[in-house]
Design a protein around this ligand. Structure first.
Ligand code: PBG
Length: 329
């Protein structure tokens, strides 16, 4: 009978209980990682214009935030540091008294079980804003890798639970792994920003981290957005060098890459839902053009569906609240 097709997918959509029974993808607060921008000093809470709701914070302020976030179900944070001064070598990155190194024990004291991930890169610490050491206008690979490995060890020494290199130099995962192991941190995992594109979606982050390059761009180290096969080369190299988790960044514009990488590796995958993706949601929501809670949960669910085990997102705390509210109804 034409009115009664044998297969009626709508049968399983009839009630909320049925829909939940056959739902393929879940989203929980414990899947999310909240970024923190750390500044020196005390009582510092500086809003970031292009990222409404996100602030640069001193360690004491961040400590009360993480305590609150733990109670909302957030289980991991990733730290970015804004040093008191910048120089050509990015000295602040591996300074034992650096802004991230000093903050880690403060955060750990406030929320002892919160997983603290240290982002490893030089761009917040160099006066030229590039992710590595430079000679003229060239970003050097080998000397940068050495600085990154030293930074990773110094975060581990300060108590970081995981390190996450975001610089896109070649061979850095292997070098960081060797340095961590030699320094007695063989238990500290590496989450590699393996597949990181040279993206306009990082715009607001560069305001937040005060890390815009003073000349040129990042196209000689970050990936060309037009490339997909190259992502699998990057991912395979990092896996071979000992990465424990592979990341794709940005998230929503690169779900094809994430889904294809999911088929090619057994490692856990992370996706970074970046500052520009956050800013676009916030701007549209501020105009009343979209329903913010629904857009956030749908976006994060889509990233999970494409294959992400964990998502780094500035929406983490908001999403944890929305998830709690929807569970209560
Ligand atoms: C630094 C770094 C960047 C981001 C994370 N780590 C910026 C960049 O590469 O320019 C971007 C994060 C975001 O946009 O939210 N290496």
């Amino acid at each position: 009978m034409s009115g009664h097709p044998l297969r009626q997918p709508r049968r399983l959509r009839r009630t909320a209980v049925l829909r939940e029974l056959v739902r393929e993808t879940t989203l929980q607060a414990s899947d999310l990682v909240m970024p923190i921008f750390l500044v020196p000093g005390q009582f510092q809470r500086r809003p970031i214009g292009s990222m409404p709701g996100i602030c640069q914070m001193s360690a004491d302020v961040a400590a009360s935030a993480v305590r609150e976030w733990w109670d909302l179900g957030i289980r991991a944070v990733i730290l970015f540091g804004l040093p008191p001064f910048k120089d050509a070598h990015g000295s602040g990155a591996d300074d034992p008294e650096g802004v991230v190194q000093q903050a880690i024990p403060v955060l750990k004291a406030a929320a002892p079980q919160m997983l603290v991930i240290a982002d490893v890169c030089l761009c917040e610490y160099t006066d030229h804003g590039h992710c590595g050491l430079i000679e003229g206008e060239t970003v050097l690979n080998a000397p940068t890798v050495e600085r990154l490995a030293a930074s990773a060890v110094s975060y581990a020494r300060a108590g970081a639970d995981m390190v996450a290199p975001s610089d896109m130099m070649d061979g850095r995962v292997g070098a960081i792994r060797r340095s961590l192991d030699e320094a007695g941190f063989d238990h500290v995992p590496i989450m590699s920003y393996a597949v990181k594109y040279a993206s306009a979606f990082y715009g607001p982050f560069r305001e937040a981290a005060e890390s815009a390059p003073s000349f040129g761009d990042r196209k000689t180290y970050q990936m060309d957005p037009a490339n997909a096969r190259e992502a699998f080369i990057e991912a395979a190299l990092d896996e071979a060098e000992g990465a424990d988790i592979l990341m794709v960044k940005p998230a929503l514009p690169y779900l094809d890459i994430l889904a294809r990488l999911r088929e090619r590796t057994a490692l856990p995958l992370a996706a970074y839902h970046v500052s520009g993706e956050y800013a676009m949601i916030k701007a549209a929501a501020a105009h009343g053009w979209v329903d913010e809670a629904r857009i956030v949960l749908e976006s994060l669910t889509a990233i999970r569906r494409a294959g992400a085990d964990l998502i780094i997102t500035y929406c983490a705390v908001d999403a944890a609240r929305y998830l709690r509210e929807s569970a209560g109804t």
